[in-house]
Design a protein around this ligand. Sequence first.
Ligand code: ADP
Ligand code: MG
Length: 330
Amino acid sequence: MKLICKLLSVLLCGFLLAGCAPKSESRTFFAMDTVMNLTVCGEEGLLDDLQTRVQTLEKHLSVTDPQSEIYALNQNGSTRLSDDTRELLELALGFCRATDGALDITIYPALCVWGFTTDSYQVPDDDTLAALRETIDYTAVTLDGETASIPEGVMVDLGAVAKGYTALVLTRMLADAGVESALLDLGGNIQAIGENPEGRPWGVAVQDPFGEGYLGVLSVTDRAVVTSGGYERNFEQNGVIYHHILDPDTAAPADSGLCAVTVVGENGLTCDALSTALYVMGKDAALDFWRSREDFECILVEPNGAVTVTEGLQDCFRAHVDAVTVAERG
Ligand code: ADP
Ligand code: MG
């Protein structure tokens, strides 16, 4: 189901790209557990390097690949990191602090017990949840030069930020190559570089969490658009739906009154980290957090269909639904 949605979004991007100038190249491949589609306009021959870079990052960052650095950290309690992994770990810890732990990269033991890592789902009992809460503590992760360390029982998972960091790295590569127009779809994490080849903003559709359609379309230039949704991975037991975004305070799926969060900003990593974190915070705290910063805008969706759009998106979001409220800064 998730794969079908990703493929549909790739097809939609293809549709939005219709009219891309002749000198454009696209490639679709599977990496980081999702379908990715890269389109580069105006420069040829870059796709091999971009895809190889994604695959190298995946090899370093995967929490399940026994060859990865994160796997080694979780197994041995301490490991030397490559430059990429060290940079991402440092930046991710910064977002854990900035969001007061709504983002917590040590959520992995809880994710495993709920079964989100294996698809063999279960609802843990209260004692198990209490024990899991003890293992969630990003402040226990230490970085000393190139060496990362964690205490016994703690495990690191960069799943909430890996695609955002990948977007950042590919954006730097494209800038170095002088590319002025590109669209990177890293499984729903979109990075729009420059304008489209027709000299207009890129159109990026925002998925409707309640169905197969779209909430609306964002017109963006040099922006990342990242969505976290409880609908992306979940299971149902006794009529309750449990999803894969966990609240570090409870070790259970975040029950914050939001069902999807889209974050728009220049930096793909910031957007990825914050889409997960704002989902955990809930609407009021998410809007307070937005007012305290200048580096992103967001769209918040509630289960009753209410949509809140921050004022910076007012002119670039064409909603396909009613019930849209604009949040103001002042
Ligand atoms: P996706 O990767 O599914 O597009 P997200 O960027 O929101 O969506 O990341 C969700 C993933 O992040 C989960 O699958 C899990 O690995 C991890 N995760 C879940 N809750 C948290 C949290 N509160 N803090 C950090 N990571 C989380
Ligand atoms: Mg995220």
